[in-house]
Design a protein around this ligand. Structure first.
Ligand code: SF4
Length: 266
């Protein structure tokens, strides 16, 4: 893992594109999309997931303003590393800055050195179903979406994230309508999302989305707690143990079973 100092992006040169509000950049990302990836973490997130690893990305203010050109240039400096990967925008929540991410992804598709694979890692909550056109250009330029579904049940979702899932599910529907490849991500937290029933319900929930190409079940761990201590934010999962990884295969099987049942029922 290698982080880039954001100072190098603040050259003050005028940009043709919408500026991004960025938290950080990781040049050797291996967990946010296929292959080795250049990963841009945007600043600002409207969700409040109890287990969030990046609570420092929550406030919309306080990031660094960077240009699309400077990100493309930094990518090109290390292009040889990303032959089997590409670029990922994560956060924070990228859908809060659809114009910036659209400009960035369009440029990555059109670079003179060859098209770059683009991946959007999103919780979907900033999607506005009443104005899907706001996201049309971004989605046209997105090759893959990593979509986090935090909980299959609306009440459980509100408890775990502080937010209602309706807009997230509407975003999933929009991705399905467009046929954009999606990998579903689900964090498995003891006592919250680790029952077979919840996992089967998740499978049924995503069953109608025929564009789903992968499922990542992520066992909850407690390494993020230290950031909460540093920031002075109460940690609501205090005392919840790390997820037993040995249970992950059965829970993954439960999601797949739910998907199959959901599809069979049509
Ligand atoms: S959506 Fe992601 S960045 Fe936002 S609070 Fe949840 S885990 Fe954190």
């Amino acid at each position: 893992m290698a982080k880039l100092e954001l100072e190098q992006f603040e050259d003050g040169a005028p940009s043709r594109f919408t500026l991004g509000n960025i938290h950080s950049i990781e040049t050797m990302g291996t967990v946010d999309g296929p292959g080795m990836r250049f990963v841009v973490f945007v600043q600002g997130c409207p969700m409040r997931c109890a287990y969030c690893h990046n609570p420092d990305t929550w406030p919309a203010r306080g990031g660094t303003s960077v240009s699309v050109e400077s990100i493309v240039a930094a990518f090109e400096n290390n292009r040889q590393f990303y032959r089997n990967g590409g670029i990922t925008v994560t956060g924070g929540e990228p859908l809060l800055q659809p114009e910036f991410v659209a400009d960035l992804f369009e440029q990555m598709h059109e670079t003179p050195h060859g098209r770059v694979h683009t991946c959007l890692d999103s919780c979907g909550y900033a999607f506005t179903p009443e104005h899907p056109d706001r996201f049309a250009r971004l989605l046209d330029a997105t090759d893959l979406v990593l979509l986090d579904i935090k909980h299959a049940d609306a009440e459980g979702h509100r408890k775990l994230t502080g937010r209602d899932p309706a807009r997230i599910l509407a975003f999933g529907d929009e991705l399905a309508r467009r046929g954009i490849k999606v990998v579903i991500r689900h964090v498995v937290v003891p006592g919250y999302t680790d029952s077979k029933e919840e996992c089967e319900a998740l499978g049924r929930l995503i069953a109608p989305w025929r564009n789903v190409v992968g499922l990542e079940m992520l066992p909850y761990h407690t390494m993020g707690i230290v950031k909460y201590e540093q920031l002075g934010i109460p940690y609501s999962l205090e005392g919840v143990p790390a997820m037993d990884k040995a249970r992950m295969p059965e829970l993954r099987a439960a999601v797949l079973r739910g998907m199959k049942a959901g599809r069979a029922e049509g």
